[in-house]
Design a protein around this ligand. Sequence first.
Ligand SMILES: Cc1cc2nc3c(=O)[nH]c(=O)nc-3n(C[C@H](O)[C@H](O)[C@H](O)COP(=O)(O)O)c2cc1C
Length: 172
Amino acid sequence: MTIVELIRAFGRDLPVGILITDASIERPGPIIVYANSAFGRLVGRDPDEIIGQSPRFMQGKETRQATLDAFHRALRAGERFHGYLTNYRGDGTKYRAEIDCRPLRNVCGEIEGFISFEREVARRIGRPFESRGGRYEAISISNDLLGDALRSLGVFSSGDANSRPPQSAALF
Ligand SMILES: Cc1cc2nc3c(=O)[nH]c(=O)nc-3n(C[C@H](O)[C@H](O)[C@H](O)COP(=O)(O)O)c2cc1C
């Protein structure tokens, strides 16, 4: 079973958006090879429609170039990118996305693709961003077992985006 098949099997009904791309970083890559239904709902597109496209289709006027550059550098270095971007839906509306993107490595350590967990967040009102929980909060929070599993994998956390600004998010 390949990594993508594995994620396809358990990611289908997860309440968090999952996107998998191939390992190509330079245009026209990275190319989307899998999106779960929560990702389709997040971005307002049929998941099957976006297979074969690059995640750049979500970018628009307010998508910050400095953050995209940090994203690109992280992908090139084979490192995790955890930050926030303004993404655009199929109908042109924008949303703030928290993106936790990691390389998928095979047993030899070679990068076979990238996986990102994505969710919509909203800016916290009336709290300094240094406070516990950070500058943003999730629009919907799941308390199910899979949510617990993601938390135990450190998805959307790890002492950066939720407690202090990660290097990439500090660019906002
Ligand atoms: C798995 C994965 C998910 C991504 N999700 C997004 C996204 O939601 N929004 C976005 O603007 N870019 C996203 N990107 C980043 C773009 O594909 C691209 O890497 C970014 O624009 C920086 O590279 P560039 O300077 O070549 O455009 C994602 C990349 C990967 C690998």
